[in-house]
Ligand binder design. Structure first.
Ligand code: PEP
Ligand code: MN
Length: 341
């Protein structure tokens, strides 16, 4: 249930509602809007309804949220979209964000080169995994803490905020020291312990859709993070598994406008992992931008032929600036501007 307070409701009136909600065992989640405060009462709907909060001092009206996810729903924010701020960069709203870099941190030279390439071309954030979820246990698993140190160095040099994956709660501390945005990969989308912990940490989260997850399951995963009081969640469509074998995954671009109807959270598209090959990355990115995505996360490598992983899908350094220019035009079609760094 959503309890919408009157404009100008006092702190004491809000506190009184929270107290009554909590008294029936529900969780009260306060959201301070521009004009009014909304209290999300998350718990047994019947118990909250029986409180008779209509007419209580400061309460304007009550709105039931029928979806299984509450805090992630568009209704909960009364249509106002979340803008996640990462080190001064705004993601969401009328901005189009660009996150770029290699698949994994593989060496100091490649990481710093990649960082310079994406920075010079005008990307906003730098990606690179120090911990890699690989299908085969025999594949390169990431440099771990040594990789995190290289990411910190790349940020130091370029000033670009870092997006990097966290796979295991045991690595929280070192990852949080370096990550400006914690990526939770497709394979971790339903790791509920991890979701809860990043929720508690309050750090911005890029939550990737599982290979076979429905949009509702993705939103329920986001709910785990939001429920812990962390509002900085971005969703990422990265391709789902279908029966079509001609490309790595099927980029579900329909998810973009559909998610916009369901949630206030920013929606990022990863064309690289969906495509699996370079030639598809640009057309998919343009389509994502035109469809109203809030940004892309894309792989770029100084020498894709030598990349330790995902080389075939990495954009080349020399094509990246031109790619961003085209992306800017496509984002404009959806009323968004490529955020200036
Ligand atoms: C990645 O972005 O590096 C990655 C492994 O993506 P996903 O979790 O979507 O496969
Ligand atoms: Mn990759």
């Amino acid at each position: 249930m959503m309890i919408v307070m009157k404009e100008g409701a006092s702190e004491a009136e809000i506190a009184a509602v929270v107290k009554r909600v909590e008294a029936v065992g529900a969780h009260a989640h306060i959201s301070q809007g521009e004009l009014v405060t909304v209290i999300g009462a998350i718990g047994d709907r019947e118990h909250v309804a029986n409180l008779g909060l209509e007419g209580a001092p400061g309460v304007d009206h009550l709105v039931p949220i029928l979806k299984p996810y509450k805090l992630a729903s568009l209704e909960y924010r009364r249509g106002e979209r979340t803008v996640v701020e990462v080190d001064g960069r705004k993601i969401g709203g009328d901005r189009f964000a660009t996150i770029a870099g290699p698949c994994t941190v593989e060496s100091r030279e490649v990481m710093l080169d990649s960082a310079r390439i994406v920075k010079d071309a005008g990307a906003q954030l730098l990606r690179g995994g120090a911990y890699k979820p690989r299908t085969s246990p025999y594949s390169f698993q990431g440099l771990g803490e040594a990789g995190l140190r290289l990411l910190a160095e790349a940020r130091e040099e370029t000033g670009l905020p870092i997006v990097t994956e966290l796979m295991d709660v045991r690595d929280m501390e070192p990852v949080l020291e370096v990550a400006d945005v914690v990526q939770l990969g497709a394979r971790s989308m339903q790791n509920y312990t991890l979701l809860t912990e990043v929720g508690r940490a309050g750090v911005p989260v890029l939550l990737k859709r599982g290979l076979s997850a429905t949009l509702e399951e993705l939103l329920m995963a986001a709910e785990y993070v939001l429920k812990e009081g962390n509002p900085n969640v971005m969703l990422c469509e990265r391709g789902i598994r279908t029966y079509e074998p001609s490309y790595r995954f099927t980029l579900d671009l329909m998810a973009v406008p559909v998610l916009r109807e369901l949630t206030h959270l920013p929606i990022i598209v990863d064309p690289s992992h969906a495509a699996g090959r370079r030639s598809l990355v640009e057309p998919l990115s343009l389509a994502a931008a035109a469809a109203g995505a809030d940004g892309v996360i894309v792989e770029v490598h100084p020498c894709p032929e030598e990349a330790v992983c995902d080389g075939p899908q990495a954009l080349r350094a020399e094509q990246f600036a031109d790619y961003l220019r085209k992306l800017e035009a496509a984002a404009e079609l959806a009323g968004k501007t490529l955020a200036a760094v």
